[in-house]
Design a protein around this ligand. Structure first.
Ligand SMILES: Cc1cc2nc3c(=O)[nH]c(=O)nc-3n(C[C@H](O)[C@H](O)[C@H](O)COP(=O)(O)O)c2cc1C
Length: 321
């Protein structure tokens, strides 16, 4: 059984289910390999402190584990994105994703390298800009999403983007963690889904065990969309983009006190502060993520759940029609 959409055909996968290319080492090669091997499209988060060497190693991990397609995604407004993309293309990666910037400077090189180009957006204007730039696929990321995101929710954003970039295929991201969410996204006109928070709670995700436990324990109202970690670390993000994290003592202290945090002008956190002071980027859908589960198993379960929801709900609702 496959979940068949145009996107799956374009990417060469059985199921149009992607793990989000979570940076900082959160989505390493071992996660991408497990998702691809299960019939989805595994994505490495290509922006990390390890730079080109780390990325080359992680691509090697995937290629040693599977011959199936996989991709790499970048935080593209940060310096070095073009060089990292070149590393991925040289290594044979054929799906490239950009996020947080105008994709125009990257598209021609990626296409020359034979890659499908995905761009993740948070507004209608950015969706149109990505389509005009010549990307092949647009990911519409709602504000429910974990990590850095915008202001508009997935439910209104996805159909608006589908209409705006037609006939390009659209991937829905933000707030999806089970077959019900996938079925809903497909009904909105998306041709695939891109899940971050669900894949954090896997043995393969590259975050500490304590972080995974926070995701498993969090309810839907336990996250906050905040710039406090970016202010503390001095990392710039585009206007309208903030980070969604599970609340912790650092967000409790500083969220709403941004002016004072700016005035401090130095990062007073230490590594020893651990999950109390460092971002626990995760989405509102943490409330639906209650078990640590291997990534490949998640893909299989998502496919089965989506099939069941589409068959059973549709039959029940249209009974007698
Ligand atoms: C821990 C974490 C790190 C993320 N890092 C990135 C990143 O480096 N680049 C990116 O484009 N998106 C990143 N995202 C956002 C995801 O691409 C995606 O939009 C989001 O996870 C989808 O929402 P969900 O978390 O509800 O599944 C990150 C998300 C999380 C949870």
């Amino acid at each position: 059984m496959t979940l068949h959409t145009r996107l799956g055909d374009l990417l060469g996968v059985a199921h149009p289910i992607l793990n989000a290319p979570m940076g900082g080492g959160d989505a390493p090669g071992v996660l991408a390999a497990a998702v691809s091997e299960a019939g989805g499209l595994g994505m490495i988060g290509g922006t990390t402190a390890g730079g080109a060497d780390w990325l080359r190693d992680q691509i090697g991990v995937v290629q040693a584990a599977t011959s199936k397609p996989f991709g790499v995604g970048f935080v593209s407004h940060l310096a070095g994105a073009a060089g990292l993309m070149a590393v991925a293309l040289d290594a044979g990666v054929r799906v490239i994703a950009h996020s947080f910037s105008d994709p125009t400077p990257f598209v021609a090189d990626a296409h020359r390298g034979g890659a499908v180009v995905i761009c993740q957006v948070r507004t209608l204007d950015d969706a149109k800009r990505a389509a005009d730039a010549g990307v092949d696929v647009v990911t519409a990321q709602g504000t429910e999403a974990g990590g850095h995101t915008g202001e508009v929710s997935t439910l209104p954003l996805v159909p608006a983007v589908v209409d705006a970039v037609h006939p390009l295929p659209v991937i829905a991201a933000g707030g999806i963690a089970d077959g019900r969410g996938i079925a809903a996204a497909l009904m909105l006109g998306a041709e695939g889904v891109w899940l971050g928070t669900r894949f954090l709670a896997t043995p393969e995700a590259g975050v500490p065990v304590g972080y995974k436990e926070q995701v498993l324990g969090a309810g839907p109202g336990d996250t906050v969309l905040t710039e406090v970690f970016d202010l503390a670390a001095g990392i710039p993000w585009p206007a309208g983009v903030r980070g969604r994290s599970i609340r912790n003592p650092f967000t409790d202290r500083w969220h709403g006190e941004e002016a004072a945090l700016r005035a401090e002008r130095r990062d007073s956190r230490s590594v020893d502060d651990g999950i109390a002071a460092n971002p626990l980027y995760a989405g509102e859908v943490s409330g639906l993520v209650t078990e640590l589960e291997p990534a490949g198993q998640i893909v299989g379960r998502l496919v089965a759940e989506t099939e069941a929801v589409l068959r059973e709900r549709t039959a029940a609702i249209l009974r007698g029609v």
